[in-house]
Design a protein around this ligand. Structure first.
Ligand SMILES: Cc1ncc(COP(=O)(O)O)c(C=O)c1O
Length: 400
């Protein structure tokens, strides 16, 4: 019998991290690999945020804090929810964790019992199903379609709900597709939830600020105020503020669930880094002026990548509303063979051959629960992106 826990055997390591590690390994061996697999902006953290961290160190704010966040950061999160969404929360309704990942994990750990189902639209952020499994729940994956721009329909949500459904995890704009739900599309989903009072919604708004072409972000609790009591709104500073390494995320919800999340955090990691929390206060309260120029850069890159990938015979790449990902389909290439003799029988074979034969690292669609596709992260320089897309074009053109 294994010394390791049975729960662990149900969980797989993050494939996005594995792909990034493989690319790094090839790079270290001297290969000119271009990585399009990492989920983080290539911009530096804005200076005002770094200055706030330095000031926090100088002021001796280097000790334990309350387990789920300093009052100043909770207050900043409340102000943000009011400013951006017109939603009223008190600090007792805010939980600050070590990255958005921890707050999502805490919420699932705090609420799931064996047999509880969690609806997850696919393609999904890789961690959702495994977190549900770690917490003892059952992921119920519902596949979206490219034809519907990878968005879940009201009918799909309705038919996935059972008496055992506890949560519906909603992520817009999405990792890995970049798809963003309009107010009307989201309202159609919240209307379904209004008919099923036992289902709660966990909204992962991590990519809220990364939206293009005038896309208007909205979050479930503002679209359907009657869902306020059964919505947990999760967000963080990692993506928009280029703070992935600082590890700060937060969630807003009912005092009961927030207290339960606090209990878990207090018995596991305790408070997120005190210095990062002060930096996050500045991120939320300080200037947001850098968001617009950053988004212009992301939009320019998105347009270039979509155009170059759609020029490939057998590839279809929708133009998404936000985040910094695209999720092209390679349905037209399945069954083809690379010059080195690899048969592309699925998207994992495609991504592996692309890395080994063309030195471009992407993440295969099966990792996100919808195939045959792959995810490109365009959070890298224009020159690197152009070269990578040229390599992908050449690689695909050589398939027979
Ligand atoms: C959809 C989504 N939610 C949450 C997270 C977690 O972010 P953090 O780095 O703050 O833990 C990520 C990070 O990749 C993400 O893509």
């Amino acid at each position: 019998m294994s010394f390791l826990s049975a729960t662990l055997s149900r969980v797989k390591p993050s494939p996005t991290i594995a792909m990034t590690a493989k690319a790094a390994e090839l790079k270290a061996a001297g290969r000119d690999v271009i990585g399009l697999s990492a989920g983080e902006p290539d911009f530096d953290t804005p200076q005002n945020i770094k200055d706030a961290a330095v000031a926090a160190i100088a002021a001796g704010k280097t000790k334990y804090t309350a387990p789920d966040g300093i009052p100043e950061l909770k207050q900043a999160a409340c102000a943000k929810m009011k400013r951006d969404h017109g939603l009223d929360y008190t600090p007792a309704q805010i939980s600050v964790g070590t990255g958005g990942k921890q707050t999502l994990y805490n919420a699932l750990m705090a609420t799931l019992n064996p047999g509880d189902e969690v609806i997850i639209p696919a393609p999904y952020w890789v961690s959702y199903p495994d977190m549900v499994l770690l917490a003892g729940g059952t992921p119920v994956v519902v596949e979206t379609t490219l034809q519907n721009s990878f968005k879940l329909t009201a009918e799909q949500l309705e038919s996935a709900i059972t008496p055992k459904t506890k949560w519906f995890i909603f992520n817009s704009p999405s990792n890995p597709t970049g798809a963003g739900y309009s107010r009307a599309e989201l309202k159609a989903l919240t209307d379904v939830l209004m008919r099923h009072p036992h289902v709660w919604i966990m909204s992962d708004d991590m990519y809220e600020h990364l939206a293009y072409d005038g896309f208007e972000f909205c979050t479930p609790a503002e679209v359907e105020p009657r869902l306020y009591d059964r919505t947990l709104t999760c967000n963080g500073v990692s993506k928009a503020y280029a703070m992935t390494g600082w590890r700060i995320g937060y969630a807003a919800g009912s005092t009961e669930i927030i207290a339960a999340m606090r209990k878990i955090q207090s018995q596991s990691t305790s408070n997120p880094c005190s210095i990062s929390q002060w930096a996050a206060v500045e991120a939320l309260n300080g200037t947001q002026a850098f968001l617009a120029p950053n988004n212009e850069t992301f939009k320019r890159r998105r347009n270039m990548v979509v155009e170059m990938l759609n020029a490939i015979d057998g590839m279809t790449c929708p133009t998404p509303e936000g985040a910094f990902y695209v999720y092209p389909s390679i349905a037209g290439m399945i069954g083809k063979t690379t010059p080195k003799g690899t048969v592309i029988d699925n998207d994992e074979a495609f991504a592996t051959a692309l890395l080994e034969e063309a030195d471009v690292a992407v993440v295969f669609g099966a990792a996100f629960g919808l195939s045959p596709n792959f995810r490109v992260s365009y959070a890298t320089s224009d020159d690197a992106l152009k070269e990578a897309c040229t390599r992908i074009q050449r690689f695909c053109a050589a398939l027979t």
